[in-house]
Design a protein around this ligand. Structure first.
Ligand code: G1P
Length: 291
């Protein structure tokens, strides 16, 4: 039976320790890239790929994510009274009307795999997407998740996004082993979470976009802690590909690792340079720095 990918899971429960102290009270996902919170970039990408139900796996101190995607009636009244209709439209259109949000709590920080398992009942028995918010991927013409969905529809099998990485980067990622040469996409024969130096099966690291069949939940439910003592999604995918075809897709687009300070700053500069309101002045400002 053919399935449409309608649901996406956003695991957003983490503490964001790499961004302390700001993440002491502000979720990492709400840090702005120019004037939109980081999470909105992933949500827009999901919606552009046809997702209609957003499932956020959250924890304590993450209420501002829910507030952001909800309406703010008082603010809307004020903007109406002040006749600031452009701003009114902006705050009313954070999400299209046909998109809904569900919030699930992850009560213990037991790893990415555990976070995804928390969404099991809401996803149910259908294939679904996962987006890791701190991987910001820029491709307006063909959003990264849409590229994965297209491969899913063609192959009717799970798909993960991969990127060619430098040797010294590989130990920070899930790294795939492939059945043949990767030409756009290829079938996976293995995947290892954070391999030790010299042990990576390829140079293709997993980045935060997945389309998975619901079989993954069964596997996650039986998963023991892996790398870093956490329940790893990668380990469940390594089992999934023993039973079903799983594909690695080398996506087109520019990825920013906004889980790191440098990646976050790079994204801020690049999106600033594209922002219709400030692009020209921002470029002038950067040039004046004469670095
Ligand atoms: C997670 C995944 C890893 C993946 C990475 C992509 O790791 O466990 O397989 O390569 O995201 O960003 P984390 O960055 O949470 O350590």
């Amino acid at each position: 039976m053919k399935h449409v990918i309608r649901k996406a899971v956003f695991p957003v429960a983490g503490f964001g320790t790499r961004f302390l102290p700001v993440t002491k009270s502000i979720p990492k996902e709400m840090l702005p890239i120019v004037d939109k919170p980081m999470i909105q970039y992933a949500v827009e990408e999901a919606v552009a790929a046809g997702i209609r139900e957003l499932i956020f796996v959250t924890s304590a101190n993450k209420n501002s994510i829910g507030d952001y995607f909800d309406s703010n009636v008082e603010l809307e009244h004020l903007l109406k009274r002040q006749q600031k209709y452009d701003l009114l439209k902006m705050v009313q259109n954070i999400l299209p009307e046909n998109v809904s949000c569900v919030f699930v709590r992850q009560h213990a920080m037991l790893g990415l795999g555990h976070a995804i398992l928390c969404a099991r009942d809401v996803v149910g028995d259908e294939p679904f997407a996962i987006l890791l918010v701190d991987d910001v991927i820029d491709n307006n013409k063909n959003p990264c998740l849409k590229q994965l969905v297209d491969v899913y529809e063609k192959e009717q099998g799970s798909v993960v996004a991969v990127q060619h990485l430098a040797e010294e980067e590989l130990s920070k990622y899930g790294v795939v082993d492939l059945a043949g040469v990767l030409d756009h996409y290829a079938r996976m024969v293995g995947v290892v979470e954070k391999p030790k130096a010299g042990n990576a099966p390829s140079h293709f690291g997993v980045v935060g976009r997945y389309v998975l069949t619901p079989k993954i939940f069964e596997l996650l439910a039986d998963m023991r802690p892996g790398a870093g003592g956490e329940i790893q999604l990668t380990d469940a995918i390594a089992q999934l590909l023993e039973d079903e075809a799983v594909f690695a897709l080398e996506f087109e687009g520019k990825r920013y690792d906004c889980g790191s300070k440098l990646g976050y700053l790079e994204a801020t500069i690049q999106y600033g340079l594209k922002h219709p309101e400030i692009s020209k002045d921002f470029l002038k400002m950067l040039k004046a720095l004469k670095l």
